[in-house]
Write a protein that binds this ligand. Structure first.
Ligand code: PEP
Ligand code: MG
Length: 540
Protein backbone atom coordinates (compact mmCIF):
# COMPACT_ATOMS: atom_id res chain seq x y z
CA UNK A 1 0.00 0.00 0.00
CA UNK A 2 1.23 3.48 -0.82
CA UNK A 3 -0.46 6.68 0.25
CA UNK A 4 0.10 9.83 -1.76
CA UNK A 5 -1.00 13.10 -0.22
CA UNK A 6 -2.43 15.98 -2.22
CA UNK A 7 -4.91 18.79 -1.79
CA UNK A 8 -8.61 18.35 -2.26
CA UNK A 9 -10.05 20.45 -5.10
CA UNK A 10 -13.31 18.53 -5.38
CA UNK A 11 -14.64 16.50 -2.49
CA UNK A 12 -15.61 12.84 -2.66
CA UNK A 13 -14.39 9.26 -2.66
CA UNK A 14 -13.65 6.91 -5.57
CA UNK A 15 -12.36 3.39 -5.95
CA UNK A 16 -11.23 1.70 -9.13
CA UNK A 17 -8.27 0.89 -11.36
CA UNK A 18 -5.57 3.47 -11.98
CA UNK A 19 -5.23 4.88 -15.45
CA UNK A 20 -2.24 7.09 -16.09
CA UNK A 21 -2.76 9.70 -18.77
CA UNK A 22 0.42 10.87 -20.39
CA UNK A 23 0.38 13.85 -22.68
CA UNK A 24 1.26 13.09 -26.30
CA UNK A 25 4.91 13.81 -26.95
CA UNK A 26 5.25 17.05 -28.80
CA UNK A 27 8.42 17.29 -30.80
CA UNK A 28 9.45 19.91 -33.28
CA UNK A 29 11.29 18.12 -36.06
CA UNK A 30 12.69 21.02 -38.09
CA UNK A 31 13.66 24.42 -36.72
CA UNK A 32 14.38 26.17 -40.03
CA UNK A 33 12.68 26.38 -43.40
CA UNK A 34 13.77 27.36 -46.88
CA UNK A 35 10.28 28.22 -47.97
CA UNK A 36 8.67 30.72 -45.61
CA UNK A 37 5.59 31.22 -47.79
CA UNK A 38 4.61 27.55 -47.79
CA UNK A 39 5.40 27.36 -44.07
CA UNK A 40 2.93 30.20 -43.41
CA UNK A 41 0.37 28.31 -45.48
CA UNK A 42 0.99 25.19 -43.40
CA UNK A 43 0.48 27.25 -40.26
CA UNK A 44 -2.95 28.49 -41.48
CA UNK A 45 -3.98 24.94 -42.42
CA UNK A 46 -2.87 23.53 -39.05
CA UNK A 47 -4.71 26.29 -37.24
CA UNK A 48 -7.94 25.43 -39.06
CA UNK A 49 -7.41 21.73 -38.36
CA UNK A 50 -6.88 22.44 -34.65
CA UNK A 51 -10.05 24.54 -34.67
CA UNK A 52 -12.00 21.69 -36.24
CA UNK A 53 -10.75 19.30 -33.56
CA UNK A 54 -11.76 21.69 -30.82
CA UNK A 55 -15.20 22.13 -32.37
CA UNK A 56 -15.57 18.34 -32.21
CA UNK A 57 -14.67 18.43 -28.53
CA UNK A 58 -17.13 21.24 -28.06
CA UNK A 59 -19.88 19.00 -29.41
CA UNK A 60 -18.66 16.16 -27.22
CA UNK A 61 -18.75 18.30 -24.09
CA UNK A 62 -22.53 18.11 -24.35
CA UNK A 63 -25.35 20.45 -23.47
CA UNK A 64 -25.39 19.44 -19.85
CA UNK A 65 -21.80 20.50 -19.38
CA UNK A 66 -23.32 23.41 -17.52
CA UNK A 67 -21.88 25.46 -20.37
CA UNK A 68 -18.50 25.20 -18.64
CA UNK A 69 -17.02 22.69 -21.09
CA UNK A 70 -18.46 24.66 -23.95
CA UNK A 71 -17.10 27.97 -22.69
CA UNK A 72 -13.63 26.45 -22.25
CA UNK A 73 -13.48 25.23 -25.83
CA UNK A 74 -14.96 28.41 -27.18
CA UNK A 75 -12.14 30.20 -25.38
CA UNK A 76 -9.65 27.82 -27.07
CA UNK A 77 -10.98 28.89 -30.44
CA UNK A 78 -10.55 32.51 -29.45
CA UNK A 79 -6.94 31.82 -28.44
CA UNK A 80 -6.34 30.21 -31.82
CA UNK A 81 -7.77 33.21 -33.59
CA UNK A 82 -5.87 35.71 -31.48
CA UNK A 83 -4.49 38.26 -33.93
CA UNK A 84 -1.34 39.04 -31.98
CA UNK A 85 -0.37 35.42 -31.63
CA UNK A 86 -0.92 34.78 -35.35
CA UNK A 87 1.09 37.87 -36.30
CA UNK A 88 3.98 36.96 -34.01
CA UNK A 89 4.16 33.46 -35.49
CA UNK A 90 4.03 34.70 -39.08
CA UNK A 91 6.68 37.35 -38.36
CA UNK A 92 9.03 34.75 -36.91
CA UNK A 93 8.57 32.48 -39.92
CA UNK A 94 9.29 35.37 -42.29
CA UNK A 95 12.07 37.16 -40.40
CA UNK A 96 13.96 34.19 -39.02
CA UNK A 97 13.15 31.50 -41.59
CA UNK A 98 11.72 29.52 -38.71
CA UNK A 99 9.66 26.43 -39.42
CA UNK A 100 6.00 26.92 -38.56
CA UNK A 101 6.15 24.38 -35.73
CA UNK A 102 9.25 25.99 -34.24
CA UNK A 103 7.67 29.46 -34.46
CA UNK A 104 4.48 28.23 -32.77
CA UNK A 105 6.55 26.56 -30.04
CA UNK A 106 8.77 29.60 -29.43
CA UNK A 107 6.01 32.21 -29.48
CA UNK A 108 3.72 29.93 -27.48
CA UNK A 109 6.35 29.45 -24.78
CA UNK A 110 6.81 33.21 -24.57
CA UNK A 111 3.08 33.69 -23.99
CA UNK A 112 3.09 30.97 -21.34
CA UNK A 113 6.08 32.56 -19.60
CA UNK A 114 4.29 35.91 -19.41
CA UNK A 115 1.24 34.31 -17.81
CA UNK A 116 3.41 32.17 -15.53
CA UNK A 117 5.09 35.30 -14.20
CA UNK A 118 1.81 36.77 -13.02
CA UNK A 119 2.39 35.37 -9.58
CA UNK A 120 -0.48 37.12 -7.82
CA UNK A 121 -3.19 35.99 -10.21
CA UNK A 122 -3.91 32.30 -9.70
CA UNK A 123 -6.98 32.43 -11.93
CA UNK A 124 -4.92 33.59 -14.87
CA UNK A 125 -2.05 31.23 -14.08
CA UNK A 126 -4.54 28.39 -14.04
CA UNK A 127 -5.06 29.10 -17.74
CA UNK A 128 -1.46 28.02 -18.52
CA UNK A 129 -2.57 24.45 -18.95
CA UNK A 130 -5.13 25.62 -21.55
CA UNK A 131 -2.46 27.57 -23.42
CA UNK A 132 -0.09 24.59 -23.38
CA UNK A 133 -2.85 22.41 -24.70
CA UNK A 134 -3.50 24.68 -27.66
CA UNK A 135 0.17 25.15 -28.50
CA UNK A 136 0.76 21.38 -28.38
CA UNK A 137 -2.33 20.73 -30.44
CA UNK A 138 -1.14 23.20 -33.09
CA UNK A 139 2.35 21.68 -33.23
CA UNK A 140 0.93 18.17 -33.51
CA UNK A 141 -1.32 19.32 -36.34
CA UNK A 142 1.71 20.83 -38.06
CA UNK A 143 3.72 17.65 -37.62
CA UNK A 144 0.71 15.67 -38.76
CA UNK A 145 0.73 13.74 -35.52
CA UNK A 146 -2.24 12.44 -33.68
CA UNK A 147 -3.21 14.53 -30.65
CA UNK A 148 -5.23 11.82 -29.09
CA UNK A 149 -4.20 10.48 -25.73
CA UNK A 150 -4.61 6.90 -24.60
CA UNK A 151 -7.92 6.62 -22.81
CA UNK A 152 -9.24 3.96 -20.45
CA UNK A 153 -11.91 1.56 -21.68
CA UNK A 154 -13.59 1.37 -18.31
CA UNK A 155 -14.30 3.73 -15.43
CA UNK A 156 -10.96 4.51 -13.79
CA UNK A 157 -9.18 6.84 -11.44
CA UNK A 158 -7.23 9.09 -13.76
CA UNK A 159 -3.70 10.01 -12.69
CA UNK A 160 -1.84 12.64 -14.66
CA UNK A 161 0.78 15.33 -14.36
CA UNK A 162 -1.89 17.70 -15.49
CA UNK A 163 -5.04 17.26 -17.49
CA UNK A 164 -6.58 19.69 -19.90
CA UNK A 165 -10.33 20.07 -20.28
CA UNK A 166 -10.03 18.65 -23.80
CA UNK A 167 -8.27 15.56 -22.45
CA UNK A 168 -10.96 15.25 -19.78
CA UNK A 169 -13.66 15.21 -22.44
CA UNK A 170 -11.63 12.87 -24.68
CA UNK A 171 -11.62 10.34 -21.83
CA UNK A 172 -15.34 10.82 -21.43
CA UNK A 173 -16.60 11.74 -18.01
CA UNK A 174 -18.37 8.38 -17.61
CA UNK A 175 -14.90 6.83 -17.48
CA UNK A 176 -13.57 9.28 -14.91
CA UNK A 177 -14.24 7.99 -11.41
CA UNK A 178 -11.73 10.29 -9.83
CA UNK A 179 -8.80 12.52 -10.67
CA UNK A 180 -5.31 12.74 -9.21
CA UNK A 181 -3.19 15.53 -10.61
CA UNK A 182 0.44 16.28 -9.85
CA UNK A 183 0.15 19.95 -10.68
CA UNK A 184 -3.19 21.71 -10.85
CA UNK A 185 -4.83 24.50 -8.95
CA UNK A 186 -8.15 25.02 -7.28
CA UNK A 187 -9.09 27.60 -9.90
CA UNK A 188 -8.15 25.52 -12.95
CA UNK A 189 -10.81 24.67 -15.47
CA UNK A 190 -10.30 21.00 -14.63
CA UNK A 191 -11.12 21.67 -10.98
CA UNK A 192 -14.23 23.63 -12.01
CA UNK A 193 -15.31 20.71 -14.21
CA UNK A 194 -14.64 18.18 -11.44
CA UNK A 195 -16.77 20.15 -8.99
CA UNK A 196 -19.50 20.62 -11.59
CA UNK A 197 -19.68 16.87 -12.21
CA UNK A 198 -19.04 15.88 -8.56
CA UNK A 199 -15.88 13.99 -9.48
CA UNK A 200 -13.41 13.73 -6.60
CA UNK A 201 -10.14 15.47 -7.40
CA UNK A 202 -6.88 15.95 -5.57
CA UNK A 203 -4.26 18.30 -6.90
CA UNK A 204 -0.59 18.79 -5.94
CA UNK A 205 -0.20 15.01 -5.63
CA UNK A 206 3.59 14.99 -5.94
CA UNK A 207 5.08 12.35 -8.26
CA UNK A 208 1.78 10.48 -8.40
CA UNK A 209 2.36 9.34 -11.98
CA UNK A 210 5.74 7.85 -11.02
CA UNK A 211 4.30 5.79 -8.20
CA UNK A 212 1.48 3.99 -9.98
CA UNK A 213 0.89 1.80 -12.98
CA UNK A 214 -2.17 1.15 -15.06
CA UNK A 215 -4.72 -1.25 -13.65
CA UNK A 216 -3.55 -1.04 -10.05
CA UNK A 217 -6.39 -0.97 -7.59
CA UNK A 218 -6.65 2.37 -5.83
CA UNK A 219 -8.82 4.37 -3.53
CA UNK A 220 -9.13 8.12 -3.80
CA UNK A 221 -10.27 9.83 -0.66
CA UNK A 222 -10.24 13.39 -1.92
CA UNK A 223 -12.12 14.78 1.06
CA UNK A 224 -9.18 13.69 3.21
CA UNK A 225 -6.54 14.72 0.60
CA UNK A 226 -5.45 11.11 0.12
CA UNK A 227 -4.76 8.84 -2.84
CA UNK A 228 -4.12 5.27 -1.76
CA UNK A 229 -2.56 2.83 -4.21
CA UNK A 230 -3.02 -0.89 -3.62
CA UNK A 231 -4.94 -0.33 -0.43
CA UNK A 232 -4.83 -3.18 2.06
CA UNK A 233 -8.08 -4.94 2.93
CA UNK A 234 -7.99 -3.13 6.23
CA UNK A 235 -7.65 0.26 4.53
CA UNK A 236 -10.46 -0.55 2.11
CA UNK A 237 -12.65 -1.48 5.02
CA UNK A 238 -11.74 1.75 6.78
CA UNK A 239 -12.58 3.81 3.68
CA UNK A 240 -15.80 1.88 3.10
CA UNK A 241 -16.87 2.66 6.60
CA UNK A 242 -15.94 6.30 6.18
CA UNK A 243 -17.93 6.45 2.94
CA UNK A 244 -20.89 4.73 4.56
CA UNK A 245 -20.71 7.17 7.44
CA UNK A 246 -20.48 10.11 5.01
CA UNK A 247 -23.42 8.82 2.97
CA UNK A 248 -25.43 8.20 6.07
CA UNK A 249 -24.73 11.70 7.33
CA UNK A 250 -25.79 13.12 3.96
CA UNK A 251 -28.85 10.92 3.96
CA UNK A 252 -29.72 12.01 7.46
CA UNK A 253 -29.45 15.62 6.38
CA UNK A 254 -32.23 15.06 3.84
CA UNK A 255 -34.76 15.13 6.66
CA UNK A 256 -33.98 18.83 7.14
CA UNK A 257 -35.29 19.57 3.68
CA UNK A 258 -38.44 21.64 3.54
CA UNK A 259 -38.11 22.87 7.10
CA UNK A 260 -37.43 26.29 8.50
CA UNK A 261 -34.05 26.83 10.07
CA UNK A 262 -34.90 27.38 13.71
CA UNK A 263 -32.54 27.61 16.66
CA UNK A 264 -33.29 25.69 19.81
CA UNK A 265 -34.80 28.89 21.19
CA UNK A 266 -37.17 29.15 18.20
CA UNK A 267 -35.36 31.95 16.38
CA UNK A 268 -35.56 31.70 12.59
CA UNK A 269 -32.37 31.97 10.57
CA UNK A 270 -32.54 32.18 6.80
CA UNK A 271 -30.00 30.09 4.90
CA UNK A 272 -29.19 31.42 1.46
CA UNK A 273 -26.60 30.16 -1.00
CA UNK A 274 -23.55 31.83 -2.52
CA UNK A 275 -23.45 31.17 -6.26
CA UNK A 276 -21.55 32.37 -9.28
CA UNK A 277 -23.49 30.78 -12.14
CA UNK A 278 -26.95 29.66 -13.18
CA UNK A 279 -25.95 26.01 -12.73
CA UNK A 280 -25.05 26.67 -9.13
CA UNK A 281 -28.52 28.07 -8.50
CA UNK A 282 -29.93 24.65 -9.44
CA UNK A 283 -27.53 22.98 -7.03
CA UNK A 284 -28.45 25.47 -4.30
CA UNK A 285 -32.18 24.91 -4.74
CA UNK A 286 -31.67 21.16 -4.75
CA UNK A 287 -29.98 21.58 -1.39
CA UNK A 288 -32.98 23.53 -0.15
CA UNK A 289 -31.43 26.99 -0.11
CA UNK A 290 -33.98 29.61 0.88
CA UNK A 291 -32.70 31.85 -1.85
CA UNK A 292 -29.47 33.24 -3.22
CA UNK A 293 -27.72 35.52 -0.75
CA UNK A 294 -24.83 36.32 -3.05
CA UNK A 295 -24.65 35.99 -6.83
CA UNK A 296 -21.05 36.85 -7.71
CA UNK A 297 -21.82 38.43 -11.07
CA UNK A 298 -18.17 38.96 -11.99
CA UNK A 299 -18.00 35.32 -13.09
CA UNK A 300 -20.24 36.28 -16.00
CA UNK A 301 -17.52 38.73 -17.02
CA UNK A 302 -14.67 36.34 -16.26
CA UNK A 303 -16.10 33.45 -18.28
CA UNK A 304 -16.71 35.72 -21.25
CA UNK A 305 -14.18 36.54 -23.93
CA UNK A 306 -15.46 40.06 -24.36
CA UNK A 307 -17.38 42.44 -22.17
CA UNK A 308 -20.83 40.87 -21.70
CA UNK A 309 -23.49 42.99 -23.38
CA UNK A 310 -26.57 44.37 -21.66
CA UNK A 311 -28.70 41.80 -23.50
CA UNK A 312 -26.46 38.88 -22.47
CA UNK A 313 -26.48 39.99 -18.86
CA UNK A 314 -30.21 40.66 -18.86
CA UNK A 315 -30.86 37.11 -20.09
CA UNK A 316 -28.72 35.58 -17.34
CA UNK A 317 -30.23 37.72 -14.57
CA UNK A 318 -33.77 37.07 -15.81
CA UNK A 319 -33.14 33.32 -15.92
CA UNK A 320 -31.67 33.44 -12.41
CA UNK A 321 -34.73 35.31 -11.15
CA UNK A 322 -37.02 32.80 -12.84
CA UNK A 323 -35.08 29.90 -11.33
CA UNK A 324 -35.49 31.12 -7.73
CA UNK A 325 -39.18 31.58 -8.42
CA UNK A 326 -40.03 34.21 -5.83
CA UNK A 327 -37.26 33.40 -3.37
CA UNK A 328 -34.80 36.13 -2.48
CA UNK A 329 -31.93 36.66 -4.90
CA UNK A 330 -29.14 39.13 -4.22
CA UNK A 331 -26.98 40.12 -7.16
CA UNK A 332 -23.66 41.61 -6.25
CA UNK A 333 -22.39 44.00 -8.90
CA UNK A 334 -19.03 43.12 -10.42
CA UNK A 335 -16.13 42.63 -8.09
CA UNK A 336 -13.60 42.59 -10.88
CA UNK A 337 -10.04 43.34 -9.88
CA UNK A 338 -8.00 41.68 -7.14
CA UNK A 339 -7.56 38.05 -8.10
CA UNK A 340 -10.42 38.30 -10.58
CA UNK A 341 -9.09 39.96 -13.70
CA UNK A 342 -10.89 39.93 -17.03
CA UNK A 343 -8.28 39.65 -19.79
CA UNK A 344 -10.16 42.00 -22.12
CA UNK A 345 -10.26 44.82 -19.56
CA UNK A 346 -7.23 46.97 -19.14
CA UNK A 347 -5.94 46.67 -15.61
CA UNK A 348 -3.59 49.12 -14.08
CA UNK A 349 -0.53 47.16 -12.90
CA UNK A 350 -0.76 46.92 -9.15
CA UNK A 351 1.40 45.39 -6.43
CA UNK A 352 -1.59 44.73 -4.18
CA UNK A 353 -4.50 44.12 -6.57
CA UNK A 354 -6.88 43.14 -3.78
CA UNK A 355 -6.49 46.69 -2.51
CA UNK A 356 -6.61 48.24 -5.96
CA UNK A 357 -9.35 49.22 -8.36
CA UNK A 358 -11.81 46.46 -7.55
CA UNK A 359 -15.44 46.19 -6.53
CA UNK A 360 -17.24 49.52 -6.42
CA UNK A 361 -13.96 51.34 -7.11
CA UNK A 362 -13.68 49.54 -10.43
CA UNK A 363 -17.29 50.53 -11.19
CA UNK A 364 -16.54 54.16 -10.29
CA UNK A 365 -13.56 54.09 -12.64
CA UNK A 366 -15.66 52.42 -15.36
CA UNK A 367 -19.04 54.10 -15.11
CA UNK A 368 -20.14 52.96 -18.57
CA UNK A 369 -19.61 49.29 -17.70
CA UNK A 370 -21.38 49.80 -14.37
CA UNK A 371 -24.37 51.44 -16.05
CA UNK A 372 -24.73 48.55 -18.49
CA UNK A 373 -24.87 46.14 -15.56
CA UNK A 374 -27.41 48.23 -13.64
CA UNK A 375 -29.61 48.54 -16.73
CA UNK A 376 -29.54 44.77 -17.21
CA UNK A 377 -30.25 44.16 -13.51
CA UNK A 378 -33.11 46.68 -13.30
CA UNK A 379 -34.69 45.32 -16.48
CA UNK A 380 -34.45 41.75 -15.21
CA UNK A 381 -35.84 42.76 -11.80
CA UNK A 382 -39.12 43.50 -13.53
CA UNK A 383 -39.57 39.72 -13.75
CA UNK A 384 -39.20 39.27 -9.99
CA UNK A 385 -41.71 39.81 -7.23
CA UNK A 386 -39.94 42.25 -4.92
CA UNK A 387 -37.52 39.41 -4.23
CA UNK A 388 -34.62 40.86 -6.20
CA UNK A 389 -31.86 42.78 -4.47
CA UNK A 390 -28.64 44.36 -5.62
CA UNK A 391 -25.60 44.97 -3.47
CA UNK A 392 -22.34 46.76 -4.06
CA UNK A 393 -18.95 45.32 -3.07
CA UNK A 394 -15.82 46.84 -1.49
CA UNK A 395 -17.41 49.97 -0.15
CA UNK A 396 -15.14 52.05 2.07
CA UNK A 397 -16.87 55.39 2.67
CA UNK A 398 -20.55 56.40 2.79
CA UNK A 399 -20.05 58.92 -0.04
CA UNK A 400 -19.66 56.02 -2.45
CA UNK A 401 -23.33 55.26 -1.86
CA UNK A 402 -24.23 58.79 -2.94
CA UNK A 403 -22.38 58.19 -6.19
CA UNK A 404 -24.17 54.84 -6.69
CA UNK A 405 -27.52 56.51 -6.06
CA UNK A 406 -26.72 59.17 -8.65
CA UNK A 407 -25.91 56.57 -11.30
CA UNK A 408 -28.94 54.51 -10.34
CA UNK A 409 -31.13 57.57 -10.86
CA UNK A 410 -29.56 58.19 -14.28
CA UNK A 411 -30.26 54.57 -15.24
CA UNK A 412 -33.87 54.82 -14.11
CA UNK A 413 -34.37 58.04 -16.05
CA UNK A 414 -32.96 56.43 -19.18
CA UNK A 415 -35.19 53.38 -18.85
CA UNK A 416 -38.27 55.54 -18.26
CA UNK A 417 -37.36 57.69 -21.25
CA UNK A 418 -36.93 54.58 -23.41
CA UNK A 419 -40.24 53.20 -22.08
CA UNK A 420 -38.47 50.01 -21.03
CA UNK A 421 -40.02 47.81 -18.36
CA UNK A 422 -37.93 47.68 -15.20
CA UNK A 423 -38.18 47.46 -11.43
CA UNK A 424 -35.90 49.01 -8.87
CA UNK A 425 -34.42 46.22 -6.75
CA UNK A 426 -33.71 46.72 -3.05
CA UNK A 427 -30.32 48.37 -2.61
CA UNK A 428 -27.67 47.14 -0.21
CA UNK A 429 -23.93 47.01 0.33
CA UNK A 430 -21.30 44.46 1.25
CA UNK A 431 -19.43 45.49 4.35
CA UNK A 432 -16.02 43.98 3.80
CA UNK A 433 -13.52 46.69 4.59
CA UNK A 434 -12.69 47.74 8.15
CA UNK A 435 -13.37 51.38 7.14
CA UNK A 436 -16.93 50.59 6.11
CA UNK A 437 -17.41 48.42 9.19
CA UNK A 438 -16.33 51.23 11.48
CA UNK A 439 -18.74 53.71 9.91
CA UNK A 440 -21.56 51.19 9.45
CA UNK A 441 -23.78 53.58 11.45
CA UNK A 442 -23.27 56.22 8.74
CA UNK A 443 -23.83 53.72 5.93
CA UNK A 444 -26.95 52.02 7.34
CA UNK A 445 -29.28 55.05 6.89
CA UNK A 446 -28.38 55.19 3.21
CA UNK A 447 -29.18 51.56 2.29
CA UNK A 448 -31.89 48.94 2.69
CA UNK A 449 -29.68 46.08 3.88
CA UNK A 450 -26.06 45.21 4.62
CA UNK A 451 -24.22 41.95 4.08
CA UNK A 452 -20.95 41.21 5.85
CA UNK A 453 -18.24 39.86 3.56
CA UNK A 454 -16.05 38.10 6.08
CA UNK A 455 -13.55 36.83 3.49
CA UNK A 456 -12.29 40.29 2.67
CA UNK A 457 -13.14 41.82 6.02
CA UNK A 458 -10.87 39.38 7.81
CA UNK A 459 -8.07 39.76 5.26
CA UNK A 460 -8.03 43.52 5.71
CA UNK A 461 -8.68 43.48 9.43
CA UNK A 462 -5.80 41.11 10.16
CA UNK A 463 -3.58 42.29 7.28
CA UNK A 464 -3.54 38.64 6.19
CA UNK A 465 -3.70 38.07 2.42
CA UNK A 466 -6.55 35.63 1.77
CA UNK A 467 -4.59 34.09 -1.13
CA UNK A 468 -1.57 33.33 1.02
CA UNK A 469 -1.81 30.13 3.06
CA UNK A 470 1.21 31.16 5.13
CA UNK A 471 -0.66 34.03 6.79
CA UNK A 472 -3.98 32.32 7.22
CA UNK A 473 -4.27 33.52 10.77
CA UNK A 474 -7.70 35.04 10.78
CA UNK A 475 -10.32 33.26 12.77
CA UNK A 476 -13.87 34.51 13.08
CA UNK A 477 -14.00 33.67 16.73
CA UNK A 478 -11.16 36.08 17.39
CA UNK A 479 -12.12 39.09 19.49
CA UNK A 480 -11.26 41.70 16.82
CA UNK A 481 -13.57 40.03 14.34
CA UNK A 482 -16.32 39.68 16.90
CA UNK A 483 -16.14 43.34 17.81
CA UNK A 484 -16.19 44.56 14.23
CA UNK A 485 -19.09 42.29 13.26
CA UNK A 486 -21.05 43.36 16.33
CA UNK A 487 -20.48 46.98 15.35
CA UNK A 488 -22.05 46.35 11.94
CA UNK A 489 -25.01 44.46 13.42
CA UNK A 490 -25.61 47.22 15.98
CA UNK A 491 -25.68 49.81 13.18
CA UNK A 492 -28.19 47.73 11.23
CA UNK A 493 -30.41 47.21 14.26
CA UNK A 494 -30.39 50.91 15.09
CA UNK A 495 -31.53 51.73 11.57
CA UNK A 496 -33.95 48.79 11.40
CA UNK A 497 -32.37 47.20 8.35
CA UNK A 498 -31.34 43.54 7.98
CA UNK A 499 -27.70 42.54 8.30
CA UNK A 500 -26.65 39.24 6.75
CA UNK A 501 -23.33 37.48 6.33
CA UNK A 502 -22.07 36.14 3.02
CA UNK A 503 -18.40 35.27 3.60
CA UNK A 504 -17.28 31.64 3.63
CA UNK A 505 -17.83 29.93 6.95
CA UNK A 506 -16.08 26.66 7.71
CA UNK A 507 -18.18 23.76 8.97
CA UNK A 508 -17.57 24.94 12.48
CA UNK A 509 -20.47 24.90 14.89
CA UNK A 510 -18.81 27.23 17.38
CA UNK A 511 -18.31 29.99 14.81
CA UNK A 512 -21.85 29.55 13.60
CA UNK A 513 -23.08 29.83 17.18
CA UNK A 514 -21.38 33.09 17.97
CA UNK A 515 -22.32 34.62 14.62
CA UNK A 516 -25.97 33.89 15.36
CA UNK A 517 -25.61 34.97 18.99
CA UNK A 518 -24.23 38.25 17.69
CA UNK A 519 -27.51 38.84 15.86
CA UNK A 520 -27.07 37.58 12.28
CA UNK A 521 -30.42 36.36 10.94
CA UNK A 522 -29.49 35.63 7.33
CA UNK A 523 -26.48 33.58 6.29
CA UNK A 524 -25.33 32.93 2.77
CA UNK A 525 -23.16 29.81 2.50
CA UNK A 526 -21.92 27.26 -0.05
CA UNK A 527 -24.83 25.27 -1.52
CA UNK A 528 -23.53 22.02 -0.04
CA UNK A 529 -23.49 23.52 3.48
CA UNK A 530 -27.20 24.43 3.62
CA UNK A 531 -28.61 21.26 5.18
CA UNK A 532 -25.63 20.72 7.45
CA UNK A 533 -25.94 24.27 8.80
CA UNK A 534 -29.69 23.83 9.24
CA UNK A 535 -28.92 20.82 11.41
CA UNK A 536 -26.23 22.71 13.37
CA UNK A 537 -28.51 25.68 13.92
CA UNK A 538 -31.34 23.53 15.18
CA UNK A 539 -28.93 22.09 17.71
CA UNK A 540 -27.84 25.51 18.97
C1 PEP B 1 -16.29 38.26 1.02
O1 PEP B 1 -15.34 38.99 0.80
O2 PEP B 1 -16.54 37.79 2.15
C2 PEP B 1 -17.22 37.87 -0.05
C3 PEP B 1 -18.34 37.25 0.19
O3 PEP B 1 -16.89 38.14 -1.31
P1 PEP B 1 -15.73 37.46 -2.17
O4 PEP B 1 -15.32 36.19 -1.47
O5 PEP B 1 -16.32 37.24 -3.50
O6 PEP B 1 -14.67 38.50 -2.17
MG1 MG C 1 -15.27 40.17 -0.96
Amino acid sequence: MNTIEGKCASEGVARGPVFVVTAPKVEVLEKKTKNSRSEIQRFWTAKEKAKEQIKELLDKSGDDAGSIGASIFEAYIIYLDDGRFKNDVVKMILNENASAAYAVKTIGEKYIEVVDNIKDNPRLRARIVDLEDIINRLILCLEDEDVRIDVPDKPSVIVARDLTPSQFFSIGRENVKGLVIERGSYNSHLAILARTYDIPLIINAKNATLNVSNGQDCALYATKDKFIVLPTDEKIQEIREAIKKDDLEKEKLQRFKGHDTLTHGGERIILYANVSSLEEIDKALKNDAEGVGLFRTEYIYLSSKTLPTEEEQFNIYKEAIEKVDGKTIVFRTVDIGGDKQAPYLEQIPCINPSMGSRGIRFSMNNKKIFKVQLRALYKASYYGKDNVKVMYPMLTVPEEIDWIKGVSKEVEEELIHEKVKYALPEQGVVIETPAAALVADMIAPKVEFMSIGTNDLSQFLYAADRMNSYVDLHDYSDEAMRRIIKNIIKAGEKEGIPVGLCGDLSNNKETLKWVIDAGIKGLSVQPRQILLFRKYIREL
